[in-house]
Design a protein around this ligand. Structure first.
Ligand code: PMV
Length: 305
């Protein structure tokens, strides 16, 4: 019997903790209102059924190829790719969930997340697992990879309304997430003391961010973003053109940070930008011919359509 399923999963922003999250430091991630949707249809037989059970063995591009060869399969995504918004993780999660559904298995987020993580590993080498986890569960998450076999996360319910944040496109990085994660790993091998010191400082900012969200301690959002960005620059994941743009944003009273892996040779992907006066920011984007995107944080995780 022919079956058809349609599933969508959200992209994400990292409010604090990108890169250091790969080394066991915490991160705060938020699901955004941009989603990857997959539709999968077909009659499951012995041969194509094996494709479905073997999914976690393949890289994401190979998974897409195998599904397209064996089923009616389509992808629609409004998550810009290569911009630090977790587009590949959202696709992995949506595929993992679509397969769960079409094979009549119980809807089990833990299992959906684990299969997506295995796909991410093939794609990115050494991911933290944060991107697929936020895409699976949605909302806002405190996430920490203690060990390969123990990834801890907890949903955060903000005790205050977050001010409006914008995404501003610095241009596509010429490096992949895998390249950027490797770049940080190489710098860490060369100078572990220095890199660990930066990552410990990032953890402190992440904690301050948590207290900010929970309204437990007074903190200025703009200061948290500015400090966070400085530390990411010290990690070496931001290009000079992106740094120059961020200095311009700061000069007009705003704050901006990269979100995700970043990039050093060309663009650094999307920036999360805060400015108390939206118009000032939009004017700056217009003068610099930069695309902006308003985003909502804390959106729903993977779901059937
Ligand atoms: O650029 P993205 O959306 O792939 O995010 C990468 C986030 C990193 O912290 C740099 C890597 C990871 O696996 O968490």
């Amino acid at each position: 019997m022919k079956k058809r399923v349609k599933v969508s999963a959200p992209g994400k922003v990292i409010l604090s903790g990108e890169h250091s999250v790969v080394y066991g430091y915490p991160a705060i991630l938020a699901a955004i209102d941009k989603r990857a949707t997959v539709e999968l249809a077909g009659t499951i037989s012995g041969t194509n059924g094996k494709v479905l059970t073997d999914l976690a063995k393949y890289r994401l591009d190979k998974v897409v190829k195998k599904l397209s060869e064996n089923f009616s399969f389509s992808i629609k995504s409004d998550i810009p790719s290569g911009s630090g918004l977790g587009s590949s993780a959202a696709l992995s999660v949506a595929i993992s969930a679509a397969v769960t559904k079409i094979t009549g298995q119980k809807w089990d987020p833990e299992k959906i997340n684990e299969i997506a993580y295995q796909m991410e590993k093939k794609h990115h080498g050494n991911p933290s697992g944060g991107d697929n986890t936020i895409s699976t569960y949605g909302g806002l998450l405190w996430y920490r990879k203690e060990a390969e076999g123990l990834k801890l996360f907890k949903s955060i319910t903000p005790k205050k309304r977050l001010p409006k944040l914008f995404l501003l496109d610095t241009g596509s990085p010429s490096e992949s997430t895998k390249d950027m994660v490797e770049l940080v790993a190489t710098s860490r091998q060369k100078n572990q003391k220095r890199m660990d010191k930066i990552m410990i400082q990032i953890e402190l900012i992440t904690k301050k961010f948590l207290h900010y969200l929970l309204n437990e301690k007074r903190a200025m959002l703009s200061e948290l973003i500015v400090e966070n960005q400085r530390l990411l620059e010290e990690l070496g994941v931001v290009s000079s053109s992106t740094k120059a743009l961020i200095r311009k944003i700061e000069k007009i009273g705003g704050a901006a940070k990269i979100t995700g892996a970043g990039g050093v040779k060309a663009g650094s992907g999307m920036l999360i930008v805060y400015h108390p006066n939206h118009q000032k920011l939009l004017n700056l984007a217009k003068t610099n011919r930069l695309a902006t995107l308003a985003i909502k944080l804390g959106e729903k995780g993977v779901q059937t359509q």
